[in-house]
Design a protein. Structure first.
Length: 519
């Protein structure tokens, strides 16, 4: 007990011996230390939650949360309520409890969930139904991964397969997709086409036109995605953009060229371009001989026949003519004979050239350029300007047209705009000047305030130092009075106090007032 009283007395003496600034520092430090320790203890002792279920259906999440509240099981929600976290010690116990309640029900069941429940004695029809449900569940899970989709439902209709009935070859499967979009999101054409393609390539014999996509507002999104009119309209818009960019490019080229001669603001240029976006393929077949001098082409085949006969026998003879050939008693001459025959047949092929030429889209059909100069022009100047403009745009005399005119511009509005622009520029400069002045004044004010705070702190420190010295001297004087002996050595302290009082009488007066007010 005495030990506790002694510690209490020492703590009280320590507290009373501190000045006001030191007491404030002690209190603030104590509060900071207690807060840090409390935060550390809370972080160490709080339970670490683990996922109970993730990626839940909204309805299932609501029912599970209700059951947890009813059983007073602590939990936390993440991922917009789709993930539920619980204490790891209660995870499996809570799952068993929810399983007895049939939770979570699950909006979509894939192949894993359905075929794990396959039982002995399942018929072919039931297997077909299970396969269809599993396919719908897998596609639903894939579609729900899209950013704009909150939830989805897919209904696939396929032909029933039996062993006794031949399937109808003309039958085509179909699918319907219902989408619930997130607030503030809209499905783009590319996203809808992605859903249609996903189902088309997942179901055998499925065609894109047999897939219908509907959102919660009743809009048939698949009609918009598969609309050919929209594709043609988009193509037309692209062509118009290309034509406009081409015109602007030529116009800027001519404008910059002439402004270097006549000065900015003295030229007005307009370009009208007619582009041909027709896709054209030209096929040509040319037949030409390989040798233009002889007219012969490529030799395909050669047939050469040579005959040679020699021997003893009747020798052809007689006198040519009709009289010599009248039947009579002619004498046959015999002797050696020799005969030769040569025959060559050549077959030629004609040189054939095939050409397939695809004409690029966007070819220029016609260019019309109009140039107006801000002064009168003579004919030679017009011709000179037309020549320069023609070279700049690639002028074709049989196709294009260039018009050059000279007249004075009415620049009243331009002058008004220039004055307004100058006024705004002056206003910006004025605001910038005021801003610089404001920053300078703020810096000066901050410097003055900082210097004042620093000076006050120095004065306060000097006052505290003087008070400590006066307190020390007071204690020394009291000790001296009790001993009833005044030593010569103490005269130095009194001299020091006396000098300090003469130099700074105001500080000494403040210290004395403080002592009097405490007494």
């Amino acid at each position: 007990m005495d030990y506790i009283q002694r510690i209490k007395h020492q703590a009280l003496e320590f507290w009373q011996s501190r000045d006001r600034a030191q007491k404030i520092k002690i209190i603030v430090s104590t509060i900071i230390v207690v807060s840090v320790l409390s935060a550390i203890i809370y972080l160490i002792s709080r339970p670490k939650y683990v996922p109970l279920y993730s990626d839940l259906d909204i309805k299932d999440a609501g029912e599970i949360v209700k059951k947890l509240d009813d059983n007073k099981i602590p939990y936390r929600l993440e991922d917009g309520g789709k993930t539920i976290l619980v204490d790891p010690e209660q995870k499996y116990k809570t799952r068993l409890m929810l399983a007895q309640e049939g939770l979570p029900k699950g909006g979509s069941m894939g192949f894993d969930e359905i075929f794990n429940k396959t039982r002995l004695g399942t018929t072919d029809w039931e297997r077909q139904i299970q396969y269809n449900q599993a396919l719908q569940g897998e596609l639903t899970k894939a579609i729900e991964k899209m950013e704009a989709v909150e939830s989805a439902r897919i209904y696939i209709v396929q032909q029933e397969k039996t062993l006794f009935i031949e399937p109808d070859s003309s039958y085509e499967p179909s699918a319907a997709v219902f989408l619930e979009l997130k607030p503030g999101f809209e499905m783009t054409k590319e996203e809808v086409m992605g859903i249609i393609n996903l189902i088309t390539y997942s179901v055998k014999n499925m065609k894109p036109e047999n897939v219908t996509v509907v959102d919660q507002y009743g809009r048939t999104l698949s009609n918009i995605a598969l609309s050919p009119e929209e594709d043609s309209q988009e193509l037309i818009n692209n062509q118009l953009v290309i034509q406009k960019n081409f015109q602007n490019q030529l116009q800027a080229s001519v404008q910059s060229l002439l402004e270097q001669i006549f000065g900015p603001g003295n030229i007005a240029v307009r370009v009208n371009a007619q582009l041909n976006f027709d896709k054209k393929t030209v096929q040509s077949k040319l037949f030409t001989p390989i040798n233009e001098e002889t007219g012969e082409g490529i030799v395909r085949s050669i047939q050469e026949l040579k005959e040679h006969f020699s021997g003893t026998g009747a020798v052809p003879g007689g006198t040519p003519g009709v009289d010599a050939n009248i039947p009579g008693y002619a004498q046959i001459q015999t002797g050696d004979s020799e005969q030769q025959r040569s025959e060559v047949i050549k077959n030629f092929d004609i040189n054939e050239i095939h050409e397939n030429l695809t004409v690029a889209q966007g070819a220029v059909n016609k260019l019309t350029v109009s140039v107006v100069v801000n002064r009168e022009l003579n004919d030679s100047e017009k011709d000179s300007i037309a020549f320069m403009v023609g070279n700049a745009i690639g002028y074709d005399p049989e196709r294009d047209q260039i018009s050059i005119e000279g007249m004075e511009f009415k620049n009243d509005m331009a002058k008004l705009f220039a004055d307004e622009l100058a006024r705004q520029q002056r206003e910006k400069e004025r605001l910038r000047y005021f801003k610089i002045i404001g920053i300078a004044l703020t810096a000066i004010l901050v410097f003055i305030v900082t210097r004042t705070i620093v000076n006050r702190r120095k004065i306060k420190l000097e006052e505290e130092k003087l008070a400590q010295e006066m307190l020390a001297m007071q204690q020394a004087a009291a000790t001296t009075m009790q001993e009833e002996a005044i030593e010569v050595q103490d005269s130095g302290a009194y001299d020091k106090i006396e000098k300090h009082a003469r130099r700074q009488p105001e500080d000494v007066a403040k210290v004395l007032k403080t002592w009097l007010s405490e007494d």
